[in-house]
Design a protein around this ligand. Structure first.
Ligand SMILES: [Zn+2]
Length: 448
């Protein structure tokens, strides 16, 4: 060891590093060091000789980038992937999904569904995700056990479900969970009022007060369809976004999921409030819900992140596919092929997602001092050759299967394409058993 040496736990030598900050930067022949749970160095390969690491990895065909951030989903619903396709949102929910959930959702359902979702997400580069579902305590335990970073927004509804009787019980159980995991480095717990059409104004106001007191994140489905907005105007005389504003629920801690129906006034309101938008293009297209005006939101300074929504309405949890869709849809919508370029789509899947979840100072970019949430993507295969521009390949050519390695807070969770915290031989038979159980009752909920 020479006298100037710096020590690290892991030293990665990559063909390229895309740090995301600064936007659009591509560093060729660079190295990244991990010490403990943090990034401790980012420097040209030629200068990396000063670092002595316990583990050193050569990744010559790979690009390193920050772990992807999936800002909206219902992980356990992966058990309903492909269960009821090709239907509009409300019939899909009312005639299929909600009845199936009433019959089957349990702590074990969430345990297994979340593990399936995490396996899929890690294999495609997602290291941080947000969840809104019943048994958030089980989801939280799974996220921690399997080594992923997660924002758990506990569900809040007015009606009784398998998890709680009424809004007060949802909130009290959720706050107990928040208290129980307040020291976790990996999991943050926030409020998940489902939507303005399932949660009353009184409850939304209560959430606003509590979230402000606790400085906690709030995630809500909002303006998912034009029908939702029209119905609210009829019932309350105002658009749901305006109701949220009036109830004190719209601010920098608020994550508005979908926003497919957003006019100039809505965009101005979002921009003034500092609220975030989570764009879920594949789910919106599959349910024919509409298309979020991403380009205009970004132009007005609104932070827009990406989400998959659940595997029941997508039908995958692959953020590479979501990036590609977001970019293509923005071009189609605006009639402008320069809209949402690759660097911006990648920012939405990383640093914008981190900002939406209030984790911008910890994750979302590869910068010294940030948490070591890092993924390696192998661009050496035929699907991503020849390589003129790594950013272009990442957004327009990758399908997620090129992700070879992932670290979360410095811990390897995917190595050479193999999950290190999940045993698929143990998981997949359990998932097949769920298919037997759920499939056997599917006929009860199908319409004609
Ligand atoms: Zn959703």
């Amino acid at each position: 060891m020479n006298s100037q040496a710096i020590t690290a736990d892991t030293l990665l030598h990559a063909g390229w590093i895309v740090p995301v900050v600064p936007r659009g930067a591509v560093l060729e022949n660079y190295s990244l060091a991990i010490s403990g749970n943090r990034i401790s160095a980012l420097l040209p390969r030629a200068a990396a000789g000063v670092i002595e690491a316990a583990d050193e990895l050569e990744l010559p065909d790979h690009v390193l980038l920050p772990g992807l951030v999936n800002c909206h989903g219902h992980a356990a619903m992966s058990l309903l992937r492909g269960y009821a396709d090709d239907r509009a949102l409300m019939p899909w929910l009312q005639r299929h999904i909600w009845p199936a959930e009433t019959t089957h959702v349990s702590a074990q359902f969430v345990h297994d569904g979340v593990e399936l979702a995490i396996a899929e997400m890690l294999r495609a580069g997602t290291t941080t995700w947000s969840d809104m579902y019943f048994y958030p305590d089980v989801c939280t335990a799974q996220a921690r056990r399997l080594g992923t970073r997660c924002q758990v927004t506990f569900p809040i509804l007015d009606n009784a479900t398998v998890w709680a009787r009424d809004a007060d019980e949802y909130i009290s159980k959720g706050l107990a969970l928040r208290d129980a995991v307040k020291h976790s480095d990996l999991v943050t717990v926030g409020f998940g009022p489902h939507a303005p059409y399932t949660v009353s104004p009184d409850t939304l106001q209560k959430v606003a007060v509590l979230a402000a007191e606790l400085d906690a994140p709030v995630q809500i489905h909002l303006h998912e369809t034009r029908g939702e907005v029209l119905q609210a105007v009829e019932q309350y005389g105002e658009r749901p976004l305006e109701s949220l504003h009036r109830l004190g629920l719209l601010g920098p801690r608020t994550q508005c999921v979908h926003m497919t129906d957003a006019g100039d006034q809505d965009i101005a309101r979002l921009a003034a409030s500092g609220a975030h938008v989570v764009h879920c293009p594949q789910s919106n297209m599959k349910l024919a819900s509409g298309a979020c005006p991403v380009t205009r939101l970004l132009q007005h300074g609104v932070n827009v992140a990406l989400g998959t929504d659940s595997a029941a309405s997508n039908n995958n949890l692959n953020l590479f596919a979501e990036m590609q869709c977001a970019a293509l849809l923005a071009k189609l919508q605006s009639g402008d092929a320069t809209a949402l370029p690759a660097s911006e789509a990648l920012a939405m899947a990383t640093i914008n997602g981190a900002r939406a979840l209030g984790l911008e100072d910890r994750i979302g970019s590869l910068e010294v001092g940030k948490q070591a949430d890092v993924i390696a993507v192998d661009l050496g295969g035929p699907e991503t050759q020849p390589l003129y521009n790594p950013l272009s390949q990442l957004v327009y050519a990758c399908n997620g299967s090129q992700v070879s390695h992932s670290w979360v807070a410095g811990r390897p969770v995917l190595a050479q394409g193999r999950l290190t915290t999940i045993d698929l031989d143990h998981l997949l038979p359990r998932i097949r058993a769920w298919r037997e159980r759920i499939g056997s009752t599917a006929g009860q909920t199908l319409d004609q």
